[in-house]
Design a protein around this ligand. Structure first.
Ligand SMILES: [Zn+2]
Length: 299
């Protein structure tokens, strides 16, 4: 049986239709489109995607929809509490809406937690026990997986690494706080520092253009500081970096690793810690969302 995963990002919506057969992940289809700006258009796009998934699945049943959202959820997982990067879904009781209007089972989790679940179960962090996943895109998300299961925290908001304070009284964050990591490592940080869209800067840095390269060096170093703090605090086996900008790979990871060398306190951890590029590219969150509906992977 298939399950349908939807990752609602700040810029795009990504959808996958997957199944797990004999312990192996089978990806039947994947697609994406820009997230509609109004709530009504967003719900219509979601309905259309569910219809498309049903068409592709044909005779095979779909267990339900898993949804990833960019923000912390209420403890009962019925609604997302704050989504500064996707205001059109703020506080909607999405699983209930899907159940009522699309007649499908639906479960919802934080997108970065789902990205980490997918990478820990089938991706770059397979075979590792304690996994920290970091996604860099419109915002900066993070998730924790231990022994194959998401670590949610007492109120479902563990791993909100993007809102770790890195600069006392620093820049105002989209959440209202100050000096948070996300303000220094995200799409808007690239636009501010590099004067262009990160995709553009990625191309230019790969061609060897100095200003673009310097932007990746300074933002990558900032990412390394954030990861160091998280590693000092939680001591994972591996850190997996993904998301739209995280896919810049070594442009971002080399300066991040260099910064980590100075900031991690334990020499054992400094030697052992791995920082890897995500396996599933930008679809990790959607794959993790689909896994929520597959037996044995749902917690
Ligand atoms: Zn913040």
């Amino acid at each position: 049986m298939f399950s349908f995963g939807v990752d609602i990002g700040g810029t795009n919506m990504r959808c996958v239709l997957v199944a797990v057969r004999r312990g192996r992940l089978s990806l039947r289809a994947a697609w994406r489109f820009p997230i509609p700006k109004t709530r009504a258009a967003f719900l219509e796009a979601l309905s259309n995607s569910a219809f498309r998934a049903r068409t592709i699945a044909g005779r095979e049943k779909i267990r339900g929809i898993g949804i990833g959202v960019p923000g912390p959820l209420a403890s009962d997982r019925t609604r997302v509490l704050v989504t500064p990067n996707a205001p059109q879904i703020n506080r909607i009781a999405l699983p209930a809406w899907i159940h009522r209007h699309l007649r499908m089972r639906a479960v919802m989790e934080n997108d970065a937690d789902l990205f980490t679940l997918a990478e820990a179960r089938f991706g770059a962090a397979r075979r590792f026990s304690r996994v920290l996943g970091v996604t860099v895109g419109t915002g900066l998300g993070a998730g924790l997986v231990e022994g194959g299961h998401m670590v949610r925290g007492a109120h479902g908001a563990a791993g909100e690494m993007g809102h770790m304070v890195l600069v006392a009284n620093g820049r105002r964050c989209s959440c209202g706080g100050r000096g948070h990591l996300e303000e220094y490592v995200s799409h808007r940080a690239f636009v501010r520092e590099g004067g262009a869209d990160p995709k553009d800067l990625m191309r230019r840095a790969r061609r060897g253009e100095r200003r673009a390269k310097a932007t990746f060096d300074s933002i990558g170093a900032f990412l390394g500081l954030g990861i160091s703090s998280a590693v000092n605090f939680w001591d994972p086996d591996i850190v997996v970096v993904g998301g739209g900008i995280g896919n810049a790979g070594n442009l971002l990871l080399i300066p991040a690793r260099n910064a980590m060398r100075r900031e991690i306190i334990s020499p054992v951890v400094r030697r052992a810690i791995r920082v890897k590029h995500a396996k599933f590219g930008r679809f990790g969150g959607a794959i993790g969302a689909a896994l929520l509906l597959q037996p044995n992977y749902s917690r």
